[in-house]
Write a protein that binds this ligand. Structure first.
Ligand SMILES: Nc1ncnc2c1ncn2[C@@H]1O[C@H](COP(=O)(O)OS(=O)(=O)O)[C@@H](OP(=O)(O)O)[C@H]1O
Length: 296
């Protein structure tokens, strides 16, 4: 679909104390009443933290051998439905999830923890959360909003950075999101909290930890296949994982699989922006136990 056929960029509004656009609230009644199953795995992230990467890892771990045809025929956003999404170009996330016949169902959400449908907690589902350091996260989010017509206009970089610091992002403040899910581990022990930077550093180690959480014991060959298949370059050239088939995104502006690196923020932040951000960060990171790798 050409850009001219797309609806105008949506506006941010306050939704239960969180900044949102209508694409993620239009279907709210169904989202709220969504019926989770005990073996569902909820993949939760702040946008741009590595959702697609962990989704593909999980999909390969569970279905890489039993249903290899999934990998070449169904885009990742249908294999792993985005629960709250309600776009005009694909069926609503709740509908896609309800239609899944495979077990476990892998379901993606960007919702802050307090907005997650209660059935996930009632059914005691496993949750895999991935967090990414704030600086790389905001850079990735900026380029995403430039190319994704389902998000508000980002404006220029300094404007966007200020908005991030003010928490006026779709899905709310990064600080509340990463902290809220971190604290959820205290009451929901079936939460596995991962860091994008750790995955970049040693994916094999993180895969072992993830499998132990899931109760899976992949063979060496299987593990190698997952690690190779989910390399950044492989996913970038794979039309089933690179989002090239979703027409709300304009790849001429920026690709979905952009750089896949730690530390790209250094190419975006000025010295002054960095100092201001660091100061703001110290004030806003409320839980001292949640430590991100220092990105210098
Ligand atoms: N395999 C692999 N290895 C390393 N990095 C990867 C990988 N897959 C996706 N990415 C990077 O993750 C960023 C996209 O984040 P999400 O998938 O969470 O986006 S979304 O919220 O679902 O829209 C985006 O980050 P940036 O490149 O920094 O923009 C992707 O490039």
């Amino acid at each position: 679909m050409e850009n001219t056929e797309l609806p105008p960029r949506p506006l941010l509004f306050d939704f239960e104390g969180v900044s949102m656009v209508h694409h993620f609230t239009d279907n709210w009644e169904k989202v709220q009443n969504f019926q989770a199953r005990p073996d569902d795995i909820l993949i939760a992230t702040y946008p741009k933290a590595g959702t697609t990467w962990i989704s593909y890892i999980l999909d390969l771990l569970y279905f890489g051998q039993s249903a290899p045809e999934r990998q070449t025929s169904i885009p990742i956003y249908e294999r792993v439905p985005f629960l709250e999404s309600y776009f005009h170009v694909i069926p609503p996330g709740t509908e896609l999830a309800d239609k899944l016949t495979t077990s476990p169902r892998l379901i993606k959400t960007h919702l802050p923890v307090q907005l997650v449908p209660k059935s996930f907690w009632e059914q005691n589902c496993r949750v895999v959360y991935v967090a990414r350091n704030a600086k790389d996260n905001v850079v990735s989010y900026f380029h995403f909003d430039r190319m994704n017509k389902a998000h508000p206009e980002p404006g220029d970089w300094s404007h966007f950075l200020q908005r991030f610091m003010d928490g006026k992002m779709v899905f709310g403040p990064w600080y509340d999101h990463v902290t809220g899910w971190w604290e959820k581990k205290q009451t929901h022990s079936k939460t596995h909290y991962m860091f994008y930077e750790d995955m970049i550093e040693d994916l094999g180690r993180d895969l072992d930890r993830l499998c132990s959480f899931l109760g899976l014991s992949p063979s060496v060959e299987e593990k190698t296949r997952v690690m190779e298949g989910t390399q950044f370059d492989k996913m970038k050239s794979n039309s089933m994982t690179n989002y090239s088939s979703l027409p709300v995104m304009d790849f001429k502006i920026s690709p979905f699989m952009r750089k896949g690196q730690v530390g790209d923020w250094k190419h975006h932040f000025t010295v002054t922006q960095n100092e201001k951000f660091d100061e703001h960060y110290q004030k806003n990171m409320s839980n001292p136990n949640l430590q991100f790798r220092t990105v210098v």
